[in-house]
Design a protein around this ligand. Structure first.
Ligand code: WTA
Length: 651
């Protein structure tokens, strides 16, 4: 394992401690510290207790059936995720409570109460059903952050169809790969989406993506009013609004799903060129999402909760849709960029809607820091009472800035470590119980058995680092990789049988706090988005000029990591700025803008071991200007010298 030593040194010098304020603890949902020991002593009893915060159509009699690495949670219970997120609130005082307060990037707004959301979901379920969608079918959703996105997800859930949301920033190629892998029959998209004042041509991307796939119908939401200008293929493409109008007004009878039925598939990057379809269950996933809303986010009925993630990523699935709605929250959902029309947008939203809980990513916090605190000054942020971060390690400096400028030193910060695969927050402070340290996600939440181990799987002593692992199954864990159970077993349970390996390095301090050090595999984290270096490499090599490519993440002040590519070209090809531009565009067209390399270095050769493995560690050392680590295993030591010289020339 590589040692990100500089980062570790800074972290270990961090000694500030922020205990929870007594007033916060007094009002917290989780205020009794014994919950940790209780959950550790009998995790199944703890999770069964939490499962009772959901409505079950048929109660479960067994909590866990664990046949490593396959877990079944609450398996003989039946429930419906949409009923839990919407319908059960329609029969209580929450009926007329705002479920979603939505604001579009241009400033248009829409508020959906639980009753209104329920009507939309029912109608959309009828519409999808009319179009032939049935329990178990896959529906791909490629939408911007508009209310139709959660409506479509919940409508699928109501029918028992499996949704696969593809982030609207993905290219048509990436969309197509996901459609094919999921074998989806229906695609939901929009004419276009708003992004930083420009339009993203979603329908155009979708048109290119669906050719020669199992997609039979495409539903198109008229988001920007361009529907009349785009080509609708007769018999295949349908206007969402028209089909909705044609659908029944009647309530849609929720399908009684088995707890282990698949709720959704969400693709994420791994260490090969092919993204993994992470499979989440209905019952266990919802229990995890719902529990963490109450524990980590301390959600109350009075809260106005704002998570800035995009629903295209897991954070939006769990912490905009399934977690908060199952807990009856009021969710603020924003369509666009934080700097549109100006750098005050988030703060304006918090002030306008009186947000009490704010959840964002370290990369955004570092961006706000760079912009400066003046953009917050003219806004009343006093409604805030709790802050959260997710997606990547937060550097103590950004943590302190968040604490001072956004939280006014008053709001606890929950740094939540989790993954697409884990379904919900695994390492995070319960804000009424745990003292926080800037830069540490603190400790595992109750019911989760996290450990840091060495190469042999032995727990490390406090004061040491190693691999982060999860020792026991948990309700919201991924169940498999869609159509690739072997990869599931190998990737997550291959190293230490029966123990889940997330792929992150971690350090355990003397107080048993966990400090996440970042990925230890070939996955990088750019602005909180996971990107497989192999995916970018495959995209580069796909270009006719490229012979070979090696992609690494180098430390970046704002993005956390930036994509750096080392490329060798084929004989006779000219390298230069023109090719650089072309290669970057090629990667964007194959994956999406988030995968665009920050820099491309042309080199005659790549440093390899004698067994022809590219030595990325050395490339990282070069890119970050460090002294080179061990070079004795290099097949040709001269390669590295010429690379170094070329690299420095470019600086
Ligand atoms: C990283 C996002 C440090 C980590 C929910 C993990 C974090 C990957 C944190 C998962 C955090 C996420 N502190 N690192 N609080 N949260 N990560 O699947 O490397 O997009 O493995 O899920 O992000 O990214 P994913």
């Amino acid at each position: 394992m590589d040692k990100p030593s500089e980062q570790l040194d800074t972290l270990l010098r961090e000694t500030r401690l922020f205990p929870p304020a007594a007033e916060f603890t007094r009002q917290a949902n989780f205020s009794d510290p014994s919950v940790y020991d209780r959950a550790a002593a009998d995790p199944e009893a703890y999770w069964a207790e939490q499962a009772h915060f959901l409505d079950w159509m048929q109660p479960f009699s067994q909590v866990l059936d664990w046949q490593p690495p396959h877990a079944r949670w609450f398996h003989d219970g039946r429930l419906n995720a949409a009923s839990n997120c919407v319908d059960r609130h329609r029969t209580t005082v929450r009926k007329n409570k705002a479920a979603i307060i939505w604001e579009g990037e241009p400033g248009d707004t829409r508020v959906l109460t639980y009753e209104m959301l329920g009507r939309e979901v029912d109608r959309a379920a009828h519409m999808l059903h009319d179009m032939g969608v049935r329990r178990g079918d896959r529906v791909v959703i490629y939408l911007p952050m508009i209310p139709e996105l959660p409506i479509a997800m919940l409508a699928c859930a109501k029918i028992g169809a499996i949704h696969t949301v593809v982030f609207a920033g993905f290219s048509s190629n990436a969309l197509r790969d996901r459609i094919i892998d999921a074998q989806a029959k229906l695609l939901i998209t929009a004419d276009a989406g708003h992004r930083r004042g420009t339009l993203v041509p979603l329908k155009q991307n979708a048109d290119a993506a669906v050719v020669d796939t199992p997609i039979e119908s495409v539903l198109v939401v008229n988001r920007v009013g361009a529907l009349s200008a785009i080509t609708m293929v007769p018999g295949r493409d349908w206007a969402w609004e028209e089909r909705m109008r044609a659908a029944s007004y009647a309530p849609f009878a929720a399908e009684a799903m088995e707890a282990e039925d698949v709720l959704y598939i969400l693709y994420t990057s791994g260490t090969t060129g092919k993204p993994k379809g992470i499979v989440h269950s209905t019952g266990g996933y919802l229990v995890g999402a719902n529990t963490s809303m109450r524990s980590v986010f301390d959600l109350k009925d009075e809260d106005v909760y704002f998570c800035t993630a995009d629903i295209g990523w897991v954070t939006g699935h769990t912490y905009i849709v399934y977690g908060p709605l199952s807990a009856g929250a009021t969710v603020v959902m924003y369509e666009g960029a934080p700097d549109f029309p100006d750098r005050e947008r988030f703060w304006s939203l918090i002030e306008k809607y009186g947000c009490t809980i704010f959840y964002t990513a370290p990369t955004s916090i570092r961006t706000f820091m760079k912009w400066g605190p003046q953009y917050l000054k003219s806004h009343d942020l006093s409604s805030l009472r709790l802050l959260g971060t997710v997606g990547e390690p937060i550097n103590p400096e950004a943590w302190m800035w968040y604490h001072e400028h956004v939280g006014a030193r008053r709001c606890p910060i929950v740094d939540t470590w989790w993954q697409t695969e884990t379904g919900c927050a695994m390492i995070a402070s319960l804000p009424g119980l745990i003292a926080t340290k800037p830069g540490s996600a603190t400790r595992a939440v109750p019911g989760i058995a996290v450990d840091v181990v060495d190469e042999g799987g032995q727990s490390v002593a406090p004061g040491h680092g190693g691999y982060l692992v999860i020792r026991k199954p948990w309700p919201s864990m991924l169940r498999t990789i869609w159509r690739d159970d072997e990869r599931f077993q190998k990737t997550y349970f291959g190293q230490f049988p029966g123990t889940y390996l997330p792929g992150d390095g971690a350090h355990l301090d003397e107080d048993q706090y966990i400090w996440i050090l970042g990925r230890i595999d070939d996955v990088i984290n750019v602005s909180g988005h996971r990107i497989g270096t192999m995916e970018v490499e495959s995209a580069l090599v796909d270009h006719p000029a490229v012979a070979e490519a090696a992609v690494i993440g180098r430390a970046h002040e704002v993005k956390g990591q930036a994509i750096t590519a080392f490329v060798t070209v084929k004989e006779g090809i000219e390298t230069g700025d023109e090719l650089t531009v072309e290669l970057k565009a090629h990667v964007v067209s194959l994956i999406g803008a988030m995968a665009r390399p920050e820099e491309i270095h042309f080199t005659a050769e790549l440093p390899k071991t004698r067994s022809a493995k590219i030595m990325r560690r050395l490339l990282r050392d070069i890119a970050e200007g460090r002294a080179l680590g061990d070079t004795t295993t290099l097949a040709d030591p001269t390669v590295i010298e010429s690379l170094k010289v070329r690299y420095q020339d470019r600086e």
